[in-house]
Structures are given as C-alpha cells and as structure tokens.
Design a protein around this ligand. Structure first.
Ligand code: SF4
Ligand code: SF4
Length: 349
C-alpha cells in the first residue's frame, strides 16, 4: 500500500492548532472511543519551549485535543536522557498543558523484554507496547546520528539507563541505527508527527543552533516521513544513519508527498564536509571529533559522568579518557550548560 506524507507550511506555534487539526483529520479512522493512547513527544531534557529541544507544548495541546475529542484516553510519556518525564514536562511547558486537559504524565519505566529483527532482549516500556502510540518528533540535527527524526524519537520508549548501555553494545553508528529501527518497529506508532516549526541545526540535539523551518508534517509511516524530510532538506539520505539503514533494510515504502515544503539545514561538525578519497580514508578515520570539557562553563553537576555509557568521564579531574570514549556524544547531548565541546583530534588507535 502506498503511504502518504503530508507537509504543511506553518510559521508560528499560534497557527499550529488549526494546521495540525487539518492534517490529522484523515487519521481519525485509526482511533476508536475508549482507546488507550500513549503520546510520545520529544522530552529529551529539561529545556524551555523556546530553546527548541523538546516538542512544543502548542503541538502537544493540538494532538491531545484531537485525541480527547475522539473519546480516547491519552497519556503523555517518555524516558528522558536526563531528568524525569515530570521534570522535563514542567520546564518544557508540557505539564501545564497536561494539567489543563487532565492528561497524566508517565515516566516510561515499566520494562518488558522484547526481540527486534536485529537485536534481542530490548527492554521497552510496556505502556508503549500495549497502547496505541502517537509519536511527536522534533526536527533536529544529532551529533552522533546526523539527524533525529521520527524513527529515532521512539528510542525514548526504551527504559531509563538501558538507553546508555545500548550505545556501548551497538558499537558503531550503523549498528545503533539498526537498534533504533528495531525499537521503532516494535513500538509501531499509529502516526508520526513532525514538529518542525522551530528545530535545531549544527551540533544538535540539545546544544546546537535553533532554526526556524516552518514545517508541520504527518504520516502513518515514519520511515517514509524521515526520508521525505531529508530529501526536502537536500541532505544525502545515505549520511543519515537511520535513513540509510532503513533503505538497506527495505523499510522505506512507496509513498506520495502531499503539500509543498523545502528547507535547508547545517549538519553537525561531526559529519565530514567533503568526501575523503579512498587512499586517505583510513588516515581520515583517525581525525575525529571528540568531546572536551570546557572547564570555564562546567558546573560539576556530573550529569555527563553519570550518563556516559563507557565510564570515560572523570569530573573531579575534568578529563575524558579517549581510550574508553566511543564518541556517542551523549555527554554533549545531556550537558545542561553546553560545556562539552566537540573538537578535532588525531587518535593513534
Ligand atoms: S560538562 Fe556539563 S554535564 Fe558534565 S559536569 Fe560539567 S556542566 Fe555537568
Ligand atoms: S565521553 Fe561522551 S562521547 Fe565519549 S563515550 Fe562518554 S558520553 Fe560518549
């Protein structure tokens, strides 16, 4: 069956309710009165709505009203990279919306062991598996995975510290993309919505540069949605790990794009600017971007030290052990002070 990706230009969050309502109408048929629904926004870390790190509360509000009008029972949930769902919700304006609409906020911490196509024993929240899922992603770059879009957003359904452990177990970005795809296939959202009115470019997903994209997009297939967005941004799909592996695994369906939108985006500094000639590739692989603690900005909160899957960070000495570091850039992602720099370094190994 041919999938549909709907794009609409939307320049302000004040207009988001009307635009989204229109976009969601064709999806009414997927829900019945009494359905239990998990709404999974991007709740990466405790940041204000205007920082464009988390799903904007106006988008969440429009989605919750749509679901409540259909007589479903929604909850909002995530398992954030730092903080709890409640602490993120309070800072991100999500709590105020949920309180007003009487919708509970859940920290997704109810693991069940599941098996994916590539990986086994993935601990995913039972809430995400037993409820219909509405996935609301944010259009951002990602220092490790190049971009974070619809498929990656469901990684927040993997419970707590399990997420950090998977960075270590997967090993490479391609293999980590396979895990993200496995999780997405297991969670299998009914619809994926892209909050692309304000997003992020550069070294996202938390400490990049805020960017106005003016996009709202919806699809019942996040693989098609992600591919369409990457194409509309004129980014090579082969360099965005989740999109590349989706192509390799034959997961991009035939799809049509309804609506017009084009954008541009500055990719993370971790992505090579020009293709490296083959004879120089092994040398180039040693020139890598590594995290470095900016001692003047660091407030010694230890969030990075506690989240680093490789145990490579020593905050007492403000040092990173590069022989342990796997360059997942989680430290850069979770630092609330933007105190982790990504610097070029020649590694001997
Ligand atoms: S680098 Fe950032 S996350 Fe790590 S201890 Fe310093 S302020 Fe906290
Ligand atoms: S130091 Fe940072 S980039 Fe290196 S493994 Fe730890 S979290 Fe990942």
């Amino acid at each position: 069956m041919t999938s549909r990706v709907s794009f609409r230009r939307c320049d302000t969050y004040e207009d988001a309710h009307d635009v989204l309502n229109d976009l969601l109408l064709p999806f009414e048929k997927y829900f019945s009165k009494g359905d239990e629904v998990l709404v999974k926004p991007n709740m990466l870390s405790p940041r204000k709505p205007e920082e464009a790190v988390t799903t904007h509360p106006k988008i969440l509000e429009a989605v919750l009203k749509f679901l409540l009008d259909l007589g479903t029972t929604p909850v909002v949930g995530d398992s954030p990279a730092s903080g709890t769902a409640m602490s993120v919700a309070k800072k991100a304006g999500i709590h105020e919306v949920c309180e007003r609409l009487n919708v509970p906020i859940l920290n997704l911490n109810d693991p069940v062991e599941t098996n994916g196509e590539v990986y086994k024993k993935i601990k995913i929240s039972e809430t995400a598996i037993t409820r219909k899922v509405v996935n609301i992603a944010k259009l951002k770059t990602h220092s490790q995975m190049v971009m974070t879009l619809g498929v990656k957003n469901t990684f927040g359904c993997v419970v707590g510290m399990e997420k950090a452990g998977w960075h270590l177990r997967a090993g490479t970005n391609e293999r980590f993309a396979d895990l993200l795809i496995d999780v997405h296939l297991i969670v299998s959202p009914v619809i994926t919505i892209m909050d692309g009115i304000e997003g992020m470019e550069g070294n996202g997903p938390a400490n990049g540069v805020k960017k106005h994209f003016g996009l709202l997009a919806v699809s019942d297939n996040a693989f098609a949605l992600d591919y369409a967005i990457v194409e509309a941004l004129n980014v090579d799909p082969e360099i965005v790990y989740t999109v590349k592996r989706s192509i390799d695994r034959g997961l991009i369906p035939e799809f049509v794009v309804d609506g017009e939108w084009k954008g541009e985006i500055k990719l993370p500094s971790t992505v090579p600017v020009v293709p490296v000639p083959k004879p120089l590739q092994s040398l180039a692989r040693r020139f890598v971007r590594v995290p470095k603690i900016n001692v003047n900005r660091c407030v010694r909160c230890r969030i990075c030290e506690n989240t680093c899957p490789a145990g490579a960070i020593d905050i007492d000495r403000t040092r990173i052990d590069y022989s342990k570091c796997i360059r997942c850039y989680v430290c850069h992602e979770v630092c609330p002070e933007d105190a982790i720099l990504l610097v070029r370094k020649f590694l001997m190994r």
